[in-house]
Design a protein around this ligand. Structure first.
Ligand code: ZN
Length: 158
């Protein structure tokens, strides 16, 4: 008698319970937009969203300057390269300015990275790194997500 079906049912039941207890991807935390000139980007988005940029921050690990806007529950993050051969500069050179990534808020970035890795997604980091706005972040390669660069981000507990 083969009981393997019972095993799979139990796994799926645990999964279902986990999903019911914890929302895995809570919400879109922010949308990252690549701009070539941060100052011009800020002026543009301040007038577009009719709200002030609430934070400008340099992320040394990524060699980028960022600017944040709150729009309801979510944020807009403008990202500009600090140098001519940075990732964002190369991105703009290839694809122009525009939407660069979508970031999801997660409660436990380590668990979420493990879950995605097990499902076959390609993570760009082995361990989470420090991002802007007091977050631990990890990127998921667009080749495994239908062409969209996905960022997971978790608030760093204070
Ligand atoms: Zn981001």
């Amino acid at each position: 008698m083969n009981f393997s079906f019972l095993y799979f049912d139990r796994i799926n039941l645990y999964r279902l319970i986990l999903y019911l207890i914890f929302e895995i991807m809570n919400k879109i935390e922010h949308i990252g937009i690549a701009v070539s000139d941060l100052k011009k980007g800020i002026t543009l988005y301040e007038s577009l969203l009719q709200t002030s940029c609430y934070k400008i921050e340099t992320v040394e690990s990524e060699q980028v300057d960022t600017a944040f806007f709150q729009t309801g529950e979510s944020k807009i993050e403008l990202v500009a390269s600090k140098n001519a051969d940075g990732v964002i500069a190369k991105y703009i050179e290839k694809r122009g300015e525009g939407i660069h990534h979508i970031a999801f808020d997660v409660d436990d970035i380590y668990a979420e990275m493990e879950r995605l890795k097990n499902l076959g997604f390609t993570l760009l980091q082995e361990t989470p790194k420090r991002g802007a706005d007091n977050k631990l972040i990890c990127f998921v390669h667009p080749k495994s997500t239908g062409g969209v660069l996905i960022e997971l981000c978790m608030n760093i507990p204070e």
